[in-house]
Design a protein around this ligand. Structure first.
Ligand code: WTA
Length: 660
């Protein structure tokens, strides 16, 4: 019998639990799993690794090695991600759709890649890479849109042990250049352009200057939009030319589980983005397990994640997760509001998506402009809804639940990070409970806690992870072990991982574990429209403007995007605030970081709150923007400046900031 339209949850006192249908269907339905997994966490992971993954050699000596704060998993085991996503499915599922690609222009046909087709394309692409001299341990940077060739390129890198380093297309060429330099990559894979809101966004032509400066050896260009970009002889090659006549088969390289699988740059607390390193084996096991348990992913499911490949969610769940299990993943090229605000609902209906995974910011935009549009579509194929990237407020949660899920589907509010590689905290579909605004509980056998400033467990405070850690955790920051220690393993010592987030332990429970509510970042990282950005990187870009003497950037609450970057600047003597100057600042941020980081607000101030040693206290700026209590203003060396700033931002909070 078809699953369409079934009730997957039942309500009790305003919170939701799995229904009988869900309990029959779901992989995990017994809450004892939490206790059981904790009895021997290392064995738990070893069993999952053998059960979910095909290894060339699963005879690793030690499953786990932990030298705080460094760990290894399955070292000596031999494995390949591309093999697990492709080769092992070919015999049974060769003709099944692996990727369904939906181009943005509505007059273009969808493209379906079966497992066999994808397998072929990936092998040829891998041979193309080899012919360009790319091999194991080489970093390959991508500046790629959501097109099938991007999936092929990533899997091709995995196949030969090269590391992809994928940069989101809304980052600027300058940001790509910096990441290429840091990773030491001399190959860029890009496209001529792609479609967004009905227009072609050019990529190749925009990055030509940056490519010259980074002295790239090669650039592979996918022709997506027929823009005929400028190509440099000998360096730039169209993919179609390279693929022409290339050898068709390329075996997957048996990699060590502890080899690096890929780099992904993410924003931290300094201006320089960090190259997060993920291992081949541990990442794969964690991706496989979370995909299966959290989305209750069955073989016939059609998974639709709206996350762009430039972010970790795009890596783990738009690309690898569904393919590891031989499922189907839907890729959409463009914008949710093109040609209308129901494009996503249209896609769900068209392909019969069983899971839908997106970020609250997009939902808030769709609520604002197209509240009732989901009802115009048959969304009865959906079984599970997912949310990621920022806290989902109860109002958005309820709309998502009722309008998109028809009141039938659980929402898995998945809390995780680039650094964790996969989801580590949520409510499992077969267990629940699903509480609006509350993320959930650590997955078995994870051990999250909330600590106060002294490191004591408390109800509201810093979200941390304690032993046992999961195999999918980052293996470090590329070429920067000190940064790794400092950023994650210093606040509470070398055995406790600090997430950077603040959270609350709620009164809700499952299997003897509390559910966590995540409040947001405590450090200088922002979540803008679900995209993680560092304040320092934007500050550096603002400083590039000649008239700017000093700048501080913090997140300002925004009803759709969650947060937008708010810039506070002090101008040099003689410079006057003006709209032109604001324009210069915006342009500089777009050039240095990218459109994704465009300031939402620019304030000209005469002073910024500082510590005695001259460090800007951004905490005060954040509180002023949020209309919150500032606390003891005397921690600033110059508390009197807060009155001026309060005035400029229109502070309406409870504290009297005058009188200094
Ligand atoms: C935030 C994205 C609340 C959090 C997978 C985290 C969330 C940062 C949630 C990581 C959630 C992610 N509820 N906050 N369900 N999921 N976050 O590295 O602040 O792009 O630290 O990884 O996003 O962002 P990143």
């Amino acid at each position: 019998m078809s699953d369409k339209g079934k009730m997957w949850v039942t309500e009790k006192d305003g919170i939701y639990w799995p229904s009988e249908n869900m309990k029959k269907k779901a992989f995990i339905t017994n809450p004892d799993i939490f206790e059981e997994a904790k009895e021997n966490p290392v064995e738990f992971w070893a069993e999952r690794a053998r059960e979910l993954i095909d290894w060339f050699d699963s005879d690793w000596e030690r499953t786990n090695e932990w030298n705080p704060p460094f760990f290894k998993w399955f070292e000596g085991g031999k494995v390949n991600l591309s093999y697990n996503c492709l080769d092992r499915h070919i015999e049974d599922k060769g003709d099944k759709p692996a990727i369904i690609w939906e181009p943005e222009p509505t007059d273009e046909e969808k493209e379906v890649l079966t497992y066999t087709e994808l397998h072929k394309g990936v092998q040829k692409f891998a041979n193309v890479l080899k012919e360009l001299g790319v091999g194991k341990g080489d970093a390959v940077t991508f500046w790629m849109p959501m097109i099938p060739e991007t999936a092929m390129a990533a899997l091709a890198c995995q196949r030969i042990g090269a590391w992809h380093s994928i940069v989101y297309t809304a980052f600027s060429p300058e940001a790509v250049r910096k990441r290429m330099e840091d990773a030491g990559s001399d190959l860029l894979i890009t496209a001529d352009g792609f479609y967004r809101r009905g227009k072609v966004m050019e990529l190749k032509n925009n990055i030509n200057d940056a490519l010259d400066r980074v002295e790239a050896e090669n650039c592979i260009v996918v022709n997506r939009a027929d823009t005929e970009p400028t190509m440099v002889e000998g360096r730039d090659h169209f993919l179609s030319d390279l693929m022409d006549g290339v050898e068709e088969s390329c075996d997957a390289e048996p990699l060590d589980a502890e080899d690096i699988g890929f780099l992904l740059y993410t924003s931290g607390t300094t201006g320089k983005p960090k190259g997060i390193k993920h291992s081949v084996g541990g990442y794969l096991v964690q991706a496989a397990l979370s995909m299966k348990w959290v989305f209750d992913f069955h073989e016939d499911d059609v998974f639709y994640s709206t996350a762009d490949i430039g972010w970790i969610t795009g890596h783990t769940y738009t690309l690898y997760g569904p393919l590891i299990h031989g499922g189907t993943t839907v890729w959409y090229e463009g914008s949710p509001d093109y040609p209308d605000l129901d494009r996503w609902w249209n896609i769900i209906e068209k392909y019969g998506a069983t899971q839908f995974y997106t970020a609250p910011t997009a939902l808030r935009m769709l609520i604002k402009h197209g509240r009732d549009l989901p009802e115009k579509h048959d969304l009865s194929s959906l079984r599970i809804l997912g949310s990621v990237g920022e806290p989902i407020d109860p109002e958005t949660w309820n709309w998502y639940f009722k309008k998109v899920g028809g009141g039938r589907c659980p929402i898995v509010d998945t809390y995780w990070q680039t650094e964790t590689g996969g989801i580590l905290l949520t409510s499992l579909p077969g267990l629940g409970p699903f509480v609006p605004g509350v993320a959930g509980t650590p997955l078995p056998p994870m051990n999250y806690d909330i600590l106060d400033i002294d490191g004591n467990p408390t109800e509201k405070g810093a979200v941390v992870i304690k032993e046992p850690f999961s195999p999918g955790m980052l293996r470090g920051v590329y070429k920067n072990p000190d940064k790794y220690k400092e950023e994650y393993w210093s606040r509470y010592g070398e055995e406790i991982y600090f997430t950077g987030d603040e959270g609350i332990k709620t009164e809700h429970e499952i299997g003897g574990q509390k559910l966590f509510k995540i409040l947001g970042r405590m450090d200088d990282v922002m979540e803008v429209a679900g995209h993680r950005l560092g304040t320092a990187e934007i500050e550096d870009a603002v400083q590039e403007v000649e008239e700017v003497a000093e700048a501080a950037v913090v997140g300002k609450p925004h009803d759709v995007k969650g947060q937008v970057p708010a810039v506070f600047t002090i101008l040099i003597d003689g410079a006057e605030p003006s709209e032109d100057l604001k324009g210069d600042i915006v342009r500089s941020v777009r050039r240095e970081v990218g459109p994704v980081a465009s300031p939402g607000e620019i304030y000209f101030v005469s002073r910024l709150p500082e510590t005695e040693s001259g460090k800007v206290i951004r905490r005060f700026l954040r509180a002023l923007l949020k209309d919150e209590e500032l606390g003891d203003m005397r921690t600033a060396n110059n508390p009197e400046c807060l009155e001026e700033i309060a005035d400029i931002v229109g502070y309406n909070g409870p504290q009297d900031v005058s009188g200094y």
